[in-house]
Design a protein around this ligand. Structure first.
Ligand code: ASN
Ligand code: ZN
Length: 351
């Protein structure tokens, strides 16, 4: 075989020097990862260069296996060493997202069948967003403009790939309460990937303190993250708890209560935290509860998302199914099942 897996040196923007899996061919190296994903467009996960367009370009290639300079893209050639940095960010984020799903949850790629995906770097110009597109089953990341640096932080890539997992499983409709749960599923995936990556990706443990519970903190030029999972209302828009009208909110706000539920489930809460528990739409303070840690919380949530939720699952249905998942994994009266009930009660869902 003329194509060989190799390990390149990537100078990333957010994680220093990182080992990225590449492919060696007769003319050099490409950002194709034959160890992660099969089939798909490139026969393995890959990073392509959109070169400011809206469509995927060629897979990133290089004469040596050292990539990027670790600095924010400066608007020059997207294939320059500086331009490669966005591709290194994407490659490292994709490797970690893939590995987290596989090593923590036993889930292979987007669909659980290990179908390869890819990320198009440098989409548009000064583009302040990233997104998953189910028609290509691939992702796009911008270089950032007024608000963000390169959109290639680990939590953002984990978020976008999370949309692919949701699309391939429950396919939660991207509007109303189900849309909020869809967004929350992606935020949870982003944070759990961040935790896994900060642990060095060893073992099957997602360390409790490995993530910051803030989506997009690193890419933010202002220093404010896109979302605070532990306290969604810090953004001034997201509710901390469920109420009957949250389905009218943008899905990036109605995600808030479920994000907070997951935070409580993993990390716990204490009832006497005073004003920190001021909650929009919440009439009573959440009761104190003990968390069960990232691993268990993530496994319970993921089982419900991928095997129990439907496209129309709302908050009440999510509570019932996350509880079911906890009972199947840990027992009907397990402390994990009790924690699920307390975490949802803390966001005003269920008793
Ligand atoms: N970055 C956004 C997201 O993944 C794009 C969108 O609005 N769908 O949620
Ligand atoms: Zn999203």
């Amino acid at each position: 075989n003329s194509l060989m897996t190799d390990v390149g040196v990537g100078n990333s923007q957010y994680n220093g020097q990182v080992p990225i899996t590449t492919t060696k061919d007769s003319s050099g190296f490409t950002m194709r990862d034959p160890l992660r994903g099969t089939g798909g467009r490139f026969g393995g996960n890959a990073i392509t260069n959109a070169n400011h367009l809206s469509t995927p370009g060629p897979i990133y290639s290089n004469s040596t296996n050292t990539w990027g300079d670790g600095a924010q893209y400066n608007g020059g050639s997207t294939t320059s060493v500086n331009g490669q940095t966005a591709a290194v960010n994407a490659a490292w984020g994709l490797m970690n997202t893939y590995d987290t799903l596989k090593n923590v949850l036993g889930w292979h790629s987007l669909d659980g069948q290990n179908t390869a995906t890819y990320i198009n770097a440098h989409v548009f110009t000064n583009y302040d967003n990233a997104y998953y597109d189910d028609s290509c089953k691939c992702m796009y990341i911008g270089d950032g403009g007024s608000y963000f640096y390169s959109l290639g932080s680990i939590d953002v890539i984990g978020h976008e790939m999370g949309h692919g997992v949701t699309a391939a499983t429950s396919n939660l409709t991207y509007a109303g309460e189900s849309g909020g749960l869809n967004e929350s599923a992606s935020d949870i995936n982003g944070e759990m990937t961040e935790a896994y990556a900060r642990n060095g990706g060893t073992g099957d443990v997602v360390p409790a303190s490995g993530n910051d519970w803030m989506m997009g903190k690193e890419i933010s030029k202002s220093g404010s993250p896109l979302r605070w999972l532990y306290k969604p209302s810090k953004d001034g828009m997201s509710p901390d708890a469920w109420s009957s009208n949250i389905g009218n909110l943008d899905v990036h706000y109605s995600s808030g209560p479920n994000n907070r539920m997951f935070y409580f489930l993993s990390q716990g809460s204490s009832a006497d935290s005073g004003s920190d528990y001021y909650s929009r739409f919440l009439t009573k303070s959440p009761a104190a509860m003990t968390g069960i840690g990232n691993d268990k919380a993530y496994r319970i949530w993921f089982r419900a998302l991928t095997t129990k939720f439907t496209s129309s699952t709302n908050y009440a249905d999510a509570r019932a199914k996350v509880l079911q998942a906890a009972q199947e994994l840990y027992g009907a009266d397990s402390k994990e099942a009790i924690a699920v009930q307390r975490a949802y009660a803390a966001i005003n869902v269920g008793a």
